[in-house]
Design a protein around this ligand. Structure first.
Ligand code: PEP
Ligand code: MG
Length: 761
């Protein structure tokens, strides 16, 4: 169980661990917004605390039969429960985890350098409530926030105070009134660096006075935001055209005093120097930058936003953002409507989407024929040879698997809602049972549940038209969706996993060779690859030679002859296997050579799982044998997915290759020693681990020296933070899943502006 989760690990699906506020902060962080850094102490930590300390039962007893309409009694009980919590010791492992994370936050000078003025960082400790087993419930504003907290011991104390605030009289009243069981509501504490605001204010992405959606309104004052919200001073008011970001009007008001934080963390009122009192509080550049963030947040959430912002040393921070539904009668959040429906299973979102249908449990590949179109496929795990059955399914649920397992990869591409890592899906669900899968949230409901999906507002800019130096490519394994993928405007295909088309042919590559029918294998590959290459016309399509793990294709004809390996992930697959059975590789190269000769010159090849230069040399020799000169006639690249490949990168470059492409799924697995398919350790699988990033930075540096283009085709290429990192390193292309292309293109364009200082491409 994780006590601490950093913002970068959170997103909108993280409500069960970080509450609404924490999930929102994670989502904004990953969207590339400048939010002050921080982490959350998971809701499960709170649960563990009350359970282990034995106070859960005591709390329940105090609340049992409470008459909430008896105000005095309600108040007294609330105080008793809170006292019980704040007087209970937090176990030392939780306490240490909080202190440690706080220390890391303080020393993370890379991100926080501008914010941290001494060793002890000022943080805000906020509450973020979450309703266990309830799809959506907003308890915002009911629990405590502690500002300007400094020092490890104080932070731990504030966390416990946050937990206690789950039982204010108001919160107890609200829950009981709305029939929420108290023990189903958990709380996550969020620790976030405090911005020492020199200027601050609020921004509305729709003009609140006129409801005009084409205008953004920004209010700004000197000092901390409390004086804007409290109405103590008159803020500057800027009206910005949302589309062009021109400042239509700037109303400057005189500001004589402001609220500022002193060294000890006290907020003190100070006079504003006379020469500043009538000046525009923030320069035009910051106004426009703020408007850009405002528009970005609104586009992302598909709703107008009310945003709190701050500026410290010229750097903008987005402090909070809320959806504004009605301007005129700003309804209190307590009136949020709850979706009905009982959640019966949780897992990780592999491919988002919502689907209701009947369960079909498949425990082994022999049962695959049981699947009818529209069924919900529930299995311990799927392998790529299940693709035809997966294509029939309306949704997919697996017990095992992380976000880079093949079930996740394939369903994402097919656009089939998929939840992986439920641990017990095959046990809890029953054949024929009607369920609703809300894969976007990683939950399964009993029965058919109506889930209202927020409509995404059309983006004001056509992202596909953004010109970037870094090429944005798509990952494409299913030839059937080549047309759709090409229409996305991607700059090419950064990875075609040939295994997926092989699986749909039903015969194992080794079996074609055993039966003396390599031409049938060539034909199959030509058909799939040809379809993709044609759809992309002149744009490059990089096809990976088959990378078949011995456990994943046993269901294909001849698959049972594959060796039984203890660790197929690090076993006989990729280039090492192809060189042991060069007839397979020869057939694959032949297919590509024939397509090349037929005029599809945009196809390139790449070798999987390389660990030695000799492997590249041997593969090149086979390509020459079939009649193509590697590198010269055709792009010939190497996947960087083993630490070994990172260490020998200089030799690989010297050998002569057309490009390298990071396979971060394997690279992370091998660098961190974490089986990517193992659900138990999935939370530890982190492509942004410094060790992985360090390897990638090194490889890009060396490749740039040798003029070898660099690319990424692992799942992490669809992560905003990874894209940002790679643009900073100077990567040449990024491949993402089709549904992530726009977001990646946008973040690449934004990052390039910083890295290449507004140069046009
Ligand atoms: C990778 O390892 O990142 C990769 C792209 O290959 P696969 O997911 O097929 O192992
Ligand atoms: Mg791989």
């Amino acid at each position: 169980m994780k006590y601490i989760v950093w913002f970068k690990e959170l997103d909108k699906n993280s409500i069960p661990i970080a509450g609404g506020k924490g999930a929102n902060l994670g989502e904004m962080y990953n969207l590339g917004l400048p939010i002050p850094p921080g982490f959350c102490i998971t809701a499960q930590t709170y649960k563990k605390f009350i359970e282990e300390a034995g106070i859960k039962i005591k709390i329940n007893n105090l609340l049992k039969n409470l008459d909430i309409n008896n105000t005095a009694k309600l108040q007294q009980t609330a105080e008793e429960v809170q006292k019980l919590i704040v007087s209970t010791k937090i176990s030392s492992d939780i306490e240490e985890a909080i202190k440690h994370a706080y220390e890391i936050l303080g020393s993370d000078v890379r991100k926080a350098s501008e914010l941290i003025d001494s060793k002890e960082t000022f943080v805000a400790v906020r509450s973020s409530a979450t309703a266990e087993d309830l799809p959506e419930a907003s308890f915002a504003g009911q629990q405590a926030t502690f500002l300007n907290v400094k020092g490890k011991t104080e932070v731990v104390k504030a966390v416990r105070d946050c937990w206690a605030s789950l039982f204010t009289a108001r919160a107890i009243y609200y829950r009981q009134k709305n029939k929420f069981p108290h023990d189903k509501v958990l709380i996550s504490a969020i620790i976030q660096v405090m911005v020492n605001s020199e200027q601050s204010g609020v921004m509305f992405t729709v003009n609140p006075a006129t409801n005009n959606p084409a205008e953004i309104v920004i209010e700004a004052i000197y000092g901390l935001g409390e004086y804007v919200v409290g109405g103590k001073v008159n803020p500057n008011l800027y009206l910005v055209d949302k589309k062009t970001r021109t400042i239509k009007t700037a109303e400057i008001k005189k500001q004589e005093v402001g609220l500022f934080r002193d060294e000890k963390g006290n907020n003190l009122e100070r006079s504003i120097p006379a020469h500043q009192q009538k000046q525009q509080v923030i320069p035009d550049t910051i106004i426009k930058e703020l408007a850009r963030y405002g528009q970005k947040i609104e586009t992302h959430y598909g709703q107008p936003q009310d945003i709190e912002w701050a500026v410290e040393k010229g750097q903008i921070y987005i402090v909070q953002s809320r959806a504004v539904t009605t301007f005129k009668e700003n309804k209190p959040r307590e009136e949020a409507v709850l979706e009905k429906g009982q959640i019966i299973l949780h897992g990780d979102t592999a491919a988002s989407g919502i689907y209701s249908g009947k369960v079909k449990i498949i425990l082994s590949p022999e049962e695959l024929n049981k699947i009818s179109a529209g069924d919900i496929l529930v299995a311990p795990m799927t392998t790529p040879d299940w693709v035809p059955a997966m294509q029939k399914a309306g949704a997919i649920i697996t017990d095992e698997g992380g976000l880079t397992c093949h079930a996740a990869i394939v369903s994402r591409e097919m656009g089939t809602p998929c939840i992986v890592g439920t641990e017990q899906g095959t046990k809890i669900l029953k054949d024929g049972q009607l369920i609703t899968v809300d894969a976007s949230k990683g939950v399964v409901y009993q029965g058919k549940v109506e889930i209202v999906q927020k409509k995404k507002a059309a983006s004001a800019v056509n992202v596909a038209n953004l010109k970037t130096r870094t090429k944005i490519k798509v990952i494409l394994d299913l030839p059937e969706i080549a047309g759709k993928a090409a229409a996305s405007g991607a700059d090419g295909v950064g990875l075609v996993r040939s295994e997926i088309m092989i699986a749909s042919g039903g015969i194992h590559p080794a079996e074609y060779i055993r039966q003396g029918k390599p031409e049938a294998y060539v034909k199959l590959l030509k058909s799939g690859i040809g379809r993709i290459a044609k759809a992309f016309k002149d744009k490059p399509v990089w096809v990976r030679c088959s990378d078949m793990r011995s456990d994943e294709y046993r269901n294909l004809q001849g698959g049972s002859k594959e060796p039984k390996e203890t660790d197929p992930m690090i076993g006989w697959h990729g280039i090492r296997r192809l060189l042991d059975e060069p007839e397979i590789l020869r057939a694959e190269f032949t297919a590509i050579r024939e397509l090349h000769y037929e005029g599809l010159k945009n196809i390139g090849v790449m070798l999987p799982f390389v660990i030695r230069v000799e492997e590249v040399q041997k593969a090149k020799a086979i390509m020459r044998e079939v009649g193509l000169e590697p590198v010269k006639a055709i792009d010939f690249g190497v996947m960087i997915e083993t630490p070994a490949a990172c260490w020998i990168i200089e030799e690989l470059c010297k050998e002569g290759i057309s490009f390298v492409s990071f396979g971060t799924n394997d690279l992370t697995q091998l660098t961190l020693g974490i089986d990517r398919n193992n659900q138990k350790i999935a939370p530890l699988f982190d492509e942004l681990h410094p060790a992985v990033l360090g390897e990638m930075a090194k490889v890009i540096k060396v490749c740039r020296k040798f003029n070898v283009p660099t690319s990424i085709c692992g799942q992490a290429g669809s992560k905003l933070e990874m894209a940002r990192f790679l643009v900073h390193q100077g990567i040449d292309s990024i491949s993402a899943n089709i549904d992530a292309l726009d977001a990646i293109r946008q973040v690449v364009a934004d990052t390039e502006k910083k890295v290449y200082h507004g140069k046009r491409f």
